[in-house]
Write a protein that binds this ligand. Structure first.
Ligand code: SF4
Ligand code: SF4
Length: 455
């Protein structure tokens, strides 16, 4: 694609990077076939190619974002399915990240939109605030119907209440900073605790710690580590996402210098995609560039790391059917496709792929709150495909997908459909199969089948 940025515009590193990306696009349109929003809406401007044209026009003209551009960029899930499909290697992620940051700087959103986005940015990245927000949402849940009919914010407030879990599990009150390896130490890793996941499902990292320790890996939670910045990053809040990232880079780097780390492990693939991109985010930062690159190089999804360890044979007969849902950030963002499935197979599960597996479940960070209608359509499409595999359990590697898919199945069950299968993180299943305790929400029916042994 030809571009016409001026030399002055290209002096800005963000424009220079986007110009390079734009030039790699050959307008072939292959990406449209795998874009969820194009699939649902059939509008070229809701396809990757259409968005690329909109972004090009906006950046070249250095004009404030228009309502039309904002509408179509806001509808993009940042699922990165288009990156997997593109034969020319267009780095859509960096392009749309730039566009979102540009929109935040040049476009004044409606008051309701600004309020909602400010509320999400001030709540989600902070564990204590997020926990309180869930408590409040649970109290307000009976008002969901009335709220849903409010003009402007109604549907999005209702979506927020809908996503609030019925109960919030109690996390570890105060846990040690270091979990030593059992037996001879074979490795030492930092495990990201993050913000949303430890509130909604602390059992995921508890399972990861147990499994890693049993495999001889020491697990450390470096003092002061917090949100990775992914959630605000996807809202275009560059200053805020960079501040979160810079903080964690310093924390992890200090740990690397002090005691050494073999890897920084992440159990939420949405966070992993962002942390692996810290090197790019800070490429022009004289103080942080080298540290950020080091952190990104050490960042690994838990499934990537476990793949390179010697796992024992499963300690119990499993034979359960697991529908594996690959999160977009896992398959498109990090290109981790087979590792989680192979691990589950080795652990004794019968793993089934889901039709249309490349299409997003609609979770996408805070997309299911900001774009509830599209998110719901994608969710229902996804659970339909998962249900057709007749799974005992659904496994995935991202807390957003777990919440979204579990909610979809629950709604279906309440509407008279079949019983909702448990939706678990891959590492919870691996820990269970390889000697750990049974995950809490495994249903009796699943256990009965498991006791019957492999099919
Ligand atoms: S597939 Fe790649 S090169 Fe083709 S239009 Fe899409 S982004 Fe451009
Ligand atoms: S990131 Fe996903 S929603 Fe956005 S343009 Fe690409 S495929 Fe479409």
């Amino acid at each position: 694609m030809q571009t016409s940025f001026t030399p002055a515009q290209l002096a800005d590193p963000a424009n220079a990077s986007s110009e390079k990306i734009l030039r790699t696009c050959v307008h072939c349109g292959f990406c449209t076939a795998t874009c969820p929003t194009y699939l649902l809406l059939g509008d070229e401007l809701d396809s990757p190619r259409g968005r690329i044209y909109l972004i090009k026009d906006m950046l070249e003209g250095q004009k404030p974002a228009t309502p039309e551009v904002v509408t179509h960029i806001d509808r993009c899930l940042s699922c990165l399915s288009c990156m997997t499909t593109c034969p020319s290697g267009v780095h859509y992620m960096h392009l749309v990240d730039h566009a979102r940051a540009y929109i935040e700087k040049t476009y004044r959103r409606s008051m309701s939109d600004r309020l909602l986005r400010a509320l999400l940015a001030a709540t989600l990245p902070y564990r204590a605030r997020f926990r309180s927000a869930i408590m409040f949402a649970r109290l307000a849940k009976p008002l969901k119907g009335a709220m849903g009919s409010l003009p402007l914010l109604g549907a999005r407030l209702a979506a927020m209440l809908e996503l609030a879990p019925a109960s919030v599990p109690r996390g570890p009150a105060r846990r040690p900073r270091v979990f030593p390896a059992e037996g001879a130490r074979k490795g030492r890793v930092a495990l990201l605790d993050g913000c949303v996941q430890p509130v909604l499902k602390p059992s995921i990292n508890e399972a990861a710690i147990r499994l890693l320790n049993r495999l001889g890996i020491e697990v450390v939670f470096p003092q002061g580590e917090g949100c990775c910045g992914a959630l605000v990053h996807h809202m275009g809040r560059e200053a805020s996402s960079h501040a979160f990232a810079a903080h964690n880079i310093e924390v992890w780097h200090a740990e690397i210098e002090k005691s050494g780390l073999d890897a920084i492990l992440i159990t939420a693939s949405g966070c992993g995609t962002t942390i692996k991109d810290y090197g790019f985010m800070f490429r022009n930062d004289a103080r942080l560039a080298a540290k950020a690159a080091k952190v990104s190089a050490l960042a690994k999804d838990i499934s990537e790391y476990l793949t390179n360890l010697d796992l024992p044979a499963p300690s119990r007969p499993m034979g359960l059917t697991v529908a594996y849902h690959s999160a977009c950030s896992m398959q498109h963002g990090q290109r981790i496709i087979e590792d989680p499935k192979n691990l589950l197979r080795k652990a004794g599960f019968s793993v089934k792929d889901v039709a249309e597996g490349h299409i997003c479940c609609g979770s996408a960070g805070v997309y299911n709150i900001l774009q509830p209608e599209l998110a719901e359509k994608l969710r229902d499409r996804k659970i339909g495909h998962i249900a057709r595999t007749k799974p005992d359990i659904v496994a995935t590697g991202n807390i957003g997908c777990i919440t979204q898919i579990a909610k979809g199945f629950l709604n279906r069950e309440r509407a008279g459909g079949s019983a909702a299968p448990p939706v678990l993180h891959t590492v919870e299943l691996l820990d269970w199969a390889l000697g750990g305790p049974k995950p809490k929400n495994i249903a009796k029916a699943v256990l009965t089948r498991e006791m019957a042994g492999p099919l």
